[in-house]
Design a protein around this ligand. Structure first.
Ligand code: ADP
Ligand code: MG
Length: 345
């Protein structure tokens, strides 16, 4: 028998009881809450570790053990994840084999990482859930995400990808392959690609339907494969990457999730981060979050898109957002730890 149908998230200090994370919908019997959980880089590899398959499998087993806490609380789950280190690895392979094999474009490499990481994660989850009390099925969906061909990001490629190069080596790549190159925070030269905003997750209906059946769905890995719609209506992959937190927000809204969890490597969001006056945020309203964004508390490219993602989710009807790290998740779901975001009170 599966845990869940009758279980709602437990009431807590932070009023999980008063603000139940329930989705809409009729005629489906007992409703389970639906959560989207975005996994950061920590889910598959740790800073400073060689990104071998063994490390990926070990990290995936660890994160799966943590995710079970949501399954036990009766959530239907959609998981998204980043792919920065892995797509970097594939770009390097592409560079090293360019003379022997046709180079694959970035959208194809993002698809590769969805398959690779989806496999590792679904295997770890299946092994974790292989217990009579918690049977669930797990599926990975290769996910395209529609972006606007006129997104201003295409004029300003801002997202560094791949390895660090000397200026001369970077210029050779630019001349040979049309790369946009720039210096990355004084650490060396890298290829930069556009990071357009996600508009629509092409497979959202299937992701929703599978999740509502109780299957755990891994989707939109790496922020999704960026595609544009040509004037004749045809979809076309492009060489860009999409922020996984922003895509998770768009997906959570589309499938009517109540809860968006962003798991990263800090237990809470802070104001005055890394300053003597640093202070952890326990619970903030959407209005407070917007004020803190405007005051510049959250770094672009790391915490910024996470808070922005949750803010957009709440503005579009989401009930709750949570940013925390894996070790804190179980306590945070009971209101002890993490940073909680709620809509208009
Ligand atoms: P992920 O792989 O989970 O997306 P990121 O590195 O993109 O991780 O984002 C998490 C990082 O954001 C933290 O490790 C932290 O250094 C940084 N950060 C920037 N501003 C803040 C803030 N205000 N509060 C907490 N962390 C912050
Ligand atoms: Mg990130």
């Amino acid at each position: 028998m599966r845990v869940g149908s009758a279980l709602a998230p437990r009431p807590s200090l932070l009023n999980w009881g008063k603000l139940p994370v329930m989705r809409g919908g009729q005629g489906r019997g007992p409703e389970r809450p639906l959560a989207v959980v975005a996994l950061g880089g920590h889910a598959f590899v740790r800073q400073g570790e060689a990104p071998s398959i063994e490390i990926h499998e070990r990290c995936a087993a660890e994160i799966s053990a943590v995710l079970v806490t949501l399954v036990e609380r009766g959530y239907d789950l959609v998981l998204t994840h980043g792919n920065g280190p892995q797509v970097g690895q594939l770009l390097l392979q592409t560079d090293l084999t360019r003379d022997e094999l046709p180079a694959m474009p970035l959208d194809v490499l993002v698809a590769d990482t969805q398959g690779w990481l989806g496999y590792v994660l679904q295997q770890a989850l299946l092994n974790q859930l292989h217990q009579p009390h918690a049977q669930r099925h797990v599926v990975t969906m290769i996910t395209q995400v529609l972006v606007d061909a006129h997104d201003p990001a295409f004029e300003h490629p801002s997202k560094p990808v791949g390895r660090f190069l000397t200026r001369e080596a970077a210029e050779r790549q630019r001349d040979a392959h049309g790369w946009h190159i720039a210096e990355d925070a004084g650490r060396g030269w890298r290829r930069h690609v556009p990071s357009p905003r996600p508009h629509e997750v092409i497979q959202w209906r299937m992701i929703r339907d599978a999740a509502l059946q109780g299957h755990i769905v891994i989707a939109a890995g790496g922020g999704g494969i960026p595609v544009v719609r040509a004037t004749d209506g045809q979809l076309q992959g492009i060489e860009a990457v999409i922020d996984k937190d922003l895509t998770s927000s768009v997906l959570a809204t589309a499938i009517g999730a109540g809860l968006l969890v962003i798991l990263t490597d800090v237990p809470q969001v802070y104001v005055d981060y890394r300053q003597p006056s640093q202070r952890g945020l326990d619970a903030v309203t959407m209005q407070e979050a917007e004020r803190l964004i405007a005051e510049g508390h959250f770094a672009a490219g790391s915490m910024g898109p996470k808070v922005e993602a949750i803010d957009a989710f709440l503005r579009h009807g989401g009930r709750r957002g949570l940013i925390t790290d894996p070790p804190t998740l179980a306590a945070a779901l009971e209101g002890r730890g993490g940073t909680h975001f709620v809509g208009r009170l």
